[in-house]
Ligand binder design. Structure first.
Ligand SMILES: *Cc1c(COP(=O)(O)O)cnc(C)c1O
Length: 367
């Protein structure tokens, strides 16, 4: 699905030099490399403030904690996401309220968000799934009407632009991940919180360091959500390459789109991911097919890696059974879970390998 070692290969000299520099500096947590990275990545994203944290999951924790969300509160989110989106809501003591997704983009259905607001609602967490922006103009309208902050889960969407502006700059907070499979992957865990509000940036920094301000004085309870200097330093080496890698991903996506649309296969057999807005960064290329499991087995036999994001929507996870979402309660997400299949899309995929994937997909589904 993803050859991270191949991507890092051409940068190996600069990466090892940078790693040695950090090792010699003796400064391993936060510090000047982190501050420089925060400035550079905020600039790339198009956000005013960036706070480096220990993972994308912890970025969500910091955002929720900085907004004071906890017991008795409800947070509206999508059930079609990585677990952390809802897991963090539950971990701060709040209740995730799931609303269904749009059938085309896999992103949260804004009309259903409006209908789910209650007097306990304290925030909305949309996810820019697979690298495609949610309809942020519409969502901001709902949020403003009810006075609710938006926390953008942009873990899969670094550099994604939406008609409303760059993702990560459109809510109270944006949350990013540097997990190795994300478009900007680190060498371990790492994450980032962005915001346009300097007071919120300050709160996020305090939450990142156990809620201490000044050191050893705690008016709030935070956690250890700090990013390592080594991660920040190595991500600084990779950041200038990101735009080029994203272009390759877009080219790969366009090649899949063209081949699949030329295949003449019926929509139920093969549907390419729709591009609702420009500025998709294609962290994943996810097609839909009614023959998903058979297709995946066939591709596996052909030694072509694929993945299912996500096989069980969050409202149907065992740990959320007490929330009482029956099977069929969010049918668009449930159907997506049965039909989605992610194909290799990484920058270094190459024509020959991609053609093999295309031929195998179309060949199988044409039978
Ligand atoms: C990857 C991801 C996260 C979590 O990021 P980590 O760095 O792995 O903790 C959260 N939300 C979404 C949508 C993700 O894809």
């Amino acid at each position: 699905m993803l050859d991270v070692a191949a991507q890092n290969g051409p940068l190996i000299d600069r990466l090892t030099e940078k790693a040695a520099e950090v090792i010699r500096s003796g400064h391993y947590i936060l510090g000047p490399e982190v501050e420089a990275f925060e400035r550079e990545v905020a600039d790339y994203i198009g956000a005013d403030h960036a706070v480096g944290v220990s993972s994308g999951t912890d970025a969500l924790m910091v955002a929720l904690m900085a907004l004071g969300i906890g017991r008795g509160d409800e947070v509206i989110t999508t059930p079609f996401s990585f677990f952390a989106t809802a897991g963090c809501i539950a971990r701060v003591g709040a209740t995730p309220v799931f609303v269904d997704i749009r059938p085309d983009t896999f992103n949260i259905d804004v009309e259903q968000v409006a209908a789910a607001v209650t007097r306990r609602t304290r925030a909305i967490i949309p996810v820019h799934l697979f690298g495609q922006a949610c309809d942020m103009a519409a969502l901001s309208g709902v949020a403003t009407k009810h006075g609710l902050p938006i926390i953008e889960d942009a873990a899969q969407a670094i550099g994604t632009k939406s008609p409303a502006g760059p993702v990560g700059s459109l809510g109270a907070f944006g949350c990013f991940s540097f997990f190795p499979s994300k478009n900007l992957g680190g060498f371990g865990d790492g994450g980032l919180v962005t915001t346009q509000d300097s007071a919120l940036a300050g709160k996020a920094r305090v939450m990142r360091a156990h809620g201490s301000n000044p050191k050893y004085y705690h008016s709030v309870i935070g956690g250890n959500f700090r990013i390592d200097a080594l991660q920040a330093a190595l991500l600084r080496v990779k950041l200038p390459e990101l735009e080029g890698w994203t272009s390759r991903r877009r080219e790969n996506a366009a090649r899949y789109d063209a081949a699949f649309s030329a295949s003449g296969l019926d929509e139920s057999l093969l549907r390419s991911p729709p591009r609702r807005f420009e500025g998709h960064i294609y962290n994943q290329y996810v097609l839909r097919t009614s023959r998903r499991d058979e297709l995946q087995a066939h591709l596996q036999a052909e030694k072509i890696a694929t993945a299912i994001y996500y096989p069980v929507p969050l409202h149907r996870q065992e740990c959320f059974a007490h929330l009482g979402y029956a099977e069929g309660s969010l049918p668009v997400s449930e159907r997506a879970s049965r039909e989605v299949l992610a194909l290799p899309i990484f920058a270094g995929l190459g024509r020959a390998r991609q053609n093999r994937v295309i031929d195998a997909v179309i060949g199988f589904l044409s039978r």
